[in-house]
Design a protein around this ligand. Structure first.
Ligand SMILES: [Zn+2]
Length: 206
């Protein structure tokens, strides 16, 4: 199959990548769509993120949706079913995973975090726990946006904005833009003053 490999700063090549190995605990997903998150931008423009430098050709991409490649009746998944996929793959064996706090797993693997290859390729193998079936009314683009939407929903719960608070959302990636819009929709008095775009352009947003 083909995949997009980042070799270094502004150096991307589409090349052959071996198909994922068959493993009984994994489900093959045909990649339908991938968003470009800030980490992908850093890998492309700067060849890495802080101390994580790309030393081998690396497949970027982490937030994605796709179609189940085969029937899995025990998992209630059917061939060609559209699903969103969590890029985080906890170890399933540490003390945190065993008590269902997989978000604290110290051995978690993130797809698309160098050197772990990401999903800008044709097919990816993931664990069943990473898979989230979506409604039939969803299309691929909506399913890809599930993770930024999750951030936007979770963040206000954590910060618990009070009446009169001023909230600054730093950055303008998918997560931040989704959060700003969520705050505006859930806080009746909220108004987004400006959206600052990556090149420094500013748009009024009301
Ligand atoms: Zn773990």
């Amino acid at each position: 199959m083909l995949a997009a490999f980042i070799h270094g700063i502004r150096h991307v090549q589409v090349a052959h990548k071996n198909d994922p190995l068959h493993a009984p605990e994994k489900v093959l997903i045909r990649v339908g769509g991938v968003d470009v998150r800030d980490s992908d931008r850093h890998y492309y423009l700067e060849g890495g993120i802080d101390s994580v430098i790309i030393r081998e050709p690396f497949v970027p991409g982490s937030e994605f949706a796709g179609w189940v490649a085969g029937d899995h009746p025990t998992l209630d998944l059917t061939r060609n079913q559209l699903v969103g996929v969590d890029r985080a793959q906890p170890c399933a064996d540490c003390e945190w995973c065993r008590c269902d706090h997989v978000d604290l797993c110290p051995q978690v693997i993130f797809l698309g975090a160098s050197p772990q290859d990401g999903v800008m390729t044709a097919t990816v193998a993931v664990r069943a726990e990473q898979i989230f079936p979506v409604r039939e009314s969803f299309d691929v683009a909506r399913a890809v946006m599930l993770e930024p939407l999750g951030v936007a929903i979770q963040a206000p719960d954590l910060i618990r904005p009070q009446l009169g608070d001023t909230i600054i959302v730093l950055g303008c990636g998918l997560d931040q833009a989704s959060l700003a819009l969520e705050l505006q929709s859930t806080c009746a008095d909220a108004a987004i003053k400006r959206l600052i775009l990556p090149k420094g352009d500013a748009l009024p947003a009301h």
